[in-house]
Ligand binder design. Structure first.
Ligand SMILES: Nc1ncnc2c1ncn2[C@@H]1O[C@H](COP(=O)(O)OP(=O)(O)OP(=O)(O)O)[C@@H](O)[C@H]1O
Length: 870
């Protein structure tokens, strides 16, 4: 007999396993959390994956179709923490809940009935709303990519706050837009080269998308949304279908879509974002980013908005000036600024509380957060309105902070001061709000008193001093006495009914207790049910005003960013930038905020530098020793332009920024981490992208491009890139290089000028001055930097020897650029300081006629030592 036919290994699954298989088929690739009582269980491969990821025990649960069933589980009350880890590790999780209680199942379908289960939600990285799963400082975008012919578009939603954006772009623009959003999850229904996406849930169709948008927002025509194009409708269709598929019956919170006009924003590609360390430092940590350095916001909403401002600086004068006007208003009035910040600090996260309520996952505490935040917004409005002449942006924000008086009053009357997150135990509706509820609560509390009185009465009647009335989930209320005193109560006519005998105690019931307990439970149940209806009604009241509440949340966030930026500007002694619409860039006393903070922490001073780029001098070629500060200078110029266009003050004593349409920052191969492709290849691809996209109005930072290949190839590429940048593109460009040969380009290219970071040798040691000066560097000081780094004297001596041979060879042949023309190397420059030679200096200092024989011998030893040092 074949093994499968044995009665012990039935081919059919048990009913519960059959139910599991059905739900697992529905969940697809998502891990299935299968609710069984107090646990979410995972089976088969899901169990293996989850056990490994969560570091929990993998067990077995009998057999299914002849095969053992691997299983692991997490307790329901702690599920959120486990979910967080699975989501972080990139998994999606389908939650299958029991949709009826075991008692209901029995009542409906008999004693052996299986409890109904259904997937109530698929938790994915882009569709989170729970506070504990989200980063309060960052938006949480789900992005869907749509395509119609050659046009692409992104539909992006952050359902934790209800933001919804439609962005039209070409394939080339996709990575930049996704990088701006820093999306938690990207879905598509086809593969898109270079972008990691997961499969959506269908709906990627322009007609379907249009219909879904109309249905969702109850409109007849999309003209009100700025008539999104076909690709945008495809993307929106995919996004809405995915939200429906993951949220099931709950509706995700979405405001009307905002079409993002990319021309209104400074374009910044992913490589530039990484290189400028906007949201994460080079070590990947947010703590060392530009954002962390700038962030003085006091609300989570403000922090999220600042991150967006930094990720998407503006490229139009008026809106930038509006933001700057707000910052200036707060910068110039310290008392007002502090008052605003103190008030904001105490406010809850309005946008996210609203997101949870609209998504159907709201709690009584979320309602109280709405109440407190809206009341605070109203007070803030009243205070700010007294301020006389207001900057335009603030004047337009103030009305958005008010208008919720009735709602606030209702929530105020209805809720206790600090209601719980868990609604199941009640206690969140305030006393005095509902007479019926008060009556039921009184009954319940009267019942508890009556039970306490009963306990006293029984003690007295039985003479058992430690008789107790207790409560548990199995027996409900019962009387418990020590085993040794139980005998009289066991008698037929004692008035007590025996329920349970334990090792040390015996439990009883009595008709009186039963009656009181039933009354108590009924009153309690009714009170709970009544509170639940209030919760539902109040939630509906709030979600009915979701749009205006979301607007209040946005206004609070903008005010927080304005005041926070002002605070940071005052702290750092920053300046209000001037914006212009010609391609100029004038920075006096510019600083790199993050490096400055790091340098100051070490007790040193950061050296401020100027930069002047304009039509006649738009390409700076910067040379100088390693560690001299070239990269810092380049990045600080880029950051100042970015911070100004994000609408904030800048770390400089004066700054005039001609609007930058696109910002590029590239770091040479050897400074970059390998990302699968050869680093040199990455560098070339990225440089090609700059040459293809940069315009006259762009700002380009090139840091040692061309270094990752052979010297000749590298120089040739750097040379050609510089020429193309100068002649064809005309973007404002800063190019740091170690190829001193490039400085010869200054002879031919009118708008190119030479600069260097200063250094000098003092008594054989290199001193880095971190000062940017005109002209090219006199030499590269590589060996001196190696000495600073602690390389051994023997190694250094050998390197010096090799260097002098190489240089001799170069002089004979005319150097590596000999073939280009007959100009001598570094012809454009006059070295600022002759390199000093300690041996020559010591010799020059000697006056042989004035020496005693003893001095002469000492001098000889000294000279010998200096010669050895060389
Ligand atoms: N303006 C400045 N004032 C004070 N210290 C500075 C300044 N600029 C840079 N530094 C310090 O010098 C270090 C090196 O700077 P940076 O990386 O910009 O040099 P670099 O010239 O680009 O070097 P490399 O060519 O090796 O990449 C910084 O980490 C910082 O500590």
């Amino acid at each position: 007999m074949a093994r499968d036919d044995s009665p012990k290994t039935p081919k059919q699954s048990t009913p519960v396993m059959a139910q599991f298989h059905r739900l697992k088929a529905e969940a697809g690739e998502a891990l299935l959390f299968f609710r069984m009582g107090d646990f979410f269980e995972l089976f088969f491969d899901d169990a293996k994956v989850a056990a490994a990821c969560l570091d929990i025990a993998l067990t077995k649960r009998g057999e299914d179709r002849g095969q053992p069933v691997p299983m692991c589980g997490v307790p329901v009350h702690a599920a959120e923490a486990y979910l967080a880890r699975l989501i972080k590790a990139g998994h999606r999780v389908a939650i299958a809940e029991q949709t009826e209680s075991p008692a209901e199942a029995k009542r409906a379908r008999g004693s052996k009935a299986l409890v109904e289960r259904a997937i109530i939600r698929v938790v994915t990285p882009g569709t989170l709303t729970e506070e504990s799963l989200l980063d309060s400082k960052a938006a949480n975008w789900l992005a869907a990519i749509g395509r119609a012919g050659d046009d692409y578009a992104i539909a992006a939603a952050d359902i934790s706050t209800g933001r919804f954006e439609l962005i039209a772009c070409d394939t080339g623009g996709l990575p930049a837009e996704l990088a701006r959003l820093d999306a938690a999850e990207v879905i598509a229904d086809e593969r898109i080269a270079g972008i990691a996406t997961t499969q959506g849930a269908g709906g990627f169709d322009s007609m379907e998308g249009e219909a879904a948008l109309k249905r969702r927002f109850g409109i007849k025509d999309l003209a009100g949304f700025g008539s999104p194009g076909r690709a945008e409708c495809v993307a929106a269709g995919g996004l809405l279908a995915y939200l429906d598929a993951t949220q099931k019956d709950a509706t995700a919170h979405l405001a009307a879509p905002r079409r993002i006009e990319r021309s209104g924003l400074m374009a910044i590609d992913p490589a530039t974002r990484t290189s400028l360390e906007l949201l994460r430092g080079a070590d990947g940590s947010p703590a060392t980013s530009l954002l962390a350095n700038l962030d003085r916001c006091v609300t989570p909403g403000g922090r999220r908005l600042l991150a967006e401002d930094i990720s998407a600086p503006l490229a139009r004068l008026d809106p930038i000036r509006a933001r700057l006007g707000l910052v200036q208003y707060f910068a110039e009035d310290q008392l007002l600024r502090e008052d605003v910040r103190t008030r904001l600090k105490s406010l809850p996260d309005l946008a996210r509380a609203l997101g949870r309520l609209v998504a159907g996952r709201g709690s009584p505490r979320d309602l109280a957060q709405i109440r407190d935040a809206l009341a605070g917004a109203d007070d803030l409005q009243a205070m700010l309105a007294e301020g006389g002449e207001l900057p335009d942006l603030l004047a337009s924000l103030l009305p958005q902070l008010t208008g919720h008086d009735t709602l606030v009053a209702e929530l105020d009357n209805a809720l206790v001061e600090s209601p719980p997150i868990d609604a199941s135990k009640g206690g969140y509706v305030a006393a005095g709000y509902d007479e019926e509820l008060d009556r039921l609560r009184e009954l319940a509390s009267g019942g508890r008193q009556a039970i306490a009185a009963l306990e006293a009465k029984y003690r007295e009647a039985t003479g058992i001093a430690n008789l107790k009335i207790k409560h548990n989930n199995v027996l409900g209320y019962h009387i418990e006495v020590p085993a040794k005193s139980a005998k009289p109560l066991m008698a037929e006519d004692s008035g007590f009914t025996h329920r349970q005998t334990m090792a040390n105690a015996v439990r009883f019931n009595s008709p009186e207790l039963h009656e009181q307990a039933t009354a108590l439970a009924e009153a309690g149940d009714k009170a709970l049910a009544l509170e639940a209806t209030h919760l539902e009604r109040l939630t509906a009241l709030v979600t009915g005003q979701a749009e205006t509440i979301a607007r209040s949340a946005d206004a609070l966030a903008r005010i927080d960013v304005g005041a926070g930026q002002a605070h940071r500007a005052i702290e750092g002694g920053w300046t209000l930038p001037q914006l212009a619409d010609q391609p100029c860039l004038e920075i006096e006393g510019g600083r790199h905020p993050v490096v400055e903070a790091a340098v100051e922490k070490e007790g040193e001073r950061f050296i401020a530098n100027d930069c002047q780029l304009g039509p006649n001098d738009r390409l700076w070629l910067i040379t100088g020793p390693n560690m001299g500060g070239k990269s810092t200078f380049l990045r600080q110029v880029a950051l100042i332009a970015l911070m100004a266009q994000a609408g904030g003050y800048v770390p400089a004593s004066r700054a005039k920024i001609g609007l930058v349409d696109r910002l590029f920052s590239r770091v040479g191969a050897s400074d970059n981490l390998a990302r699968g492709r050869s680093t040199f290849m990455v560098e070339m691809v990225e440089t090609a992208a700059i040459l293809a996209q940069a315009t006259r109005n762009s700002l380009v930072i090139l840091d040692e491009i061309g270094r990752g290949t052979s010297t000749y190839d590298g120089l040739a590429i750097a040379w050609a890139v510089t020429e193309a940048m100068h002649d064809d593109i005309g973007a404002r460009t800063l190019f740091a290089t170690h190829y001193h040969e490039l400085t010869r380009l200054a002879e031919r290219l009118d708008a190119l000028s030479l600069h260097h970071v200063r250094a000098k040798e003092y008594k054989g040691d290199l001193v880095l001055l971190h000062e940017v000066a005109e002209g090219a560097a006199d030499k590269s000081y590589g060996i001196a930097v190696a000495k600073l780094a602690g390389m051994s004297p023997k190694m250094l001596a050998r390197a010096k020897d090799i260097l002098s041979r190489l240089e001799a060879g170069r002089n004979e042949t005319g150097g590596i650029a000999a073939g280009l023309d007959s100009l001598p190397l570094f012809a454009a420059t006059t070295p600022e300081e002759e390199p000093s030679d300690p041996l020559v200096e010591a010799l020059a200092d000697l006056d042989p006629d004035a020496l005693t024989p003893r001095d002469a011998l000492d001098a000889l030893y000294r000279l010998k030592r200096l010669a050895d040092d060389r």
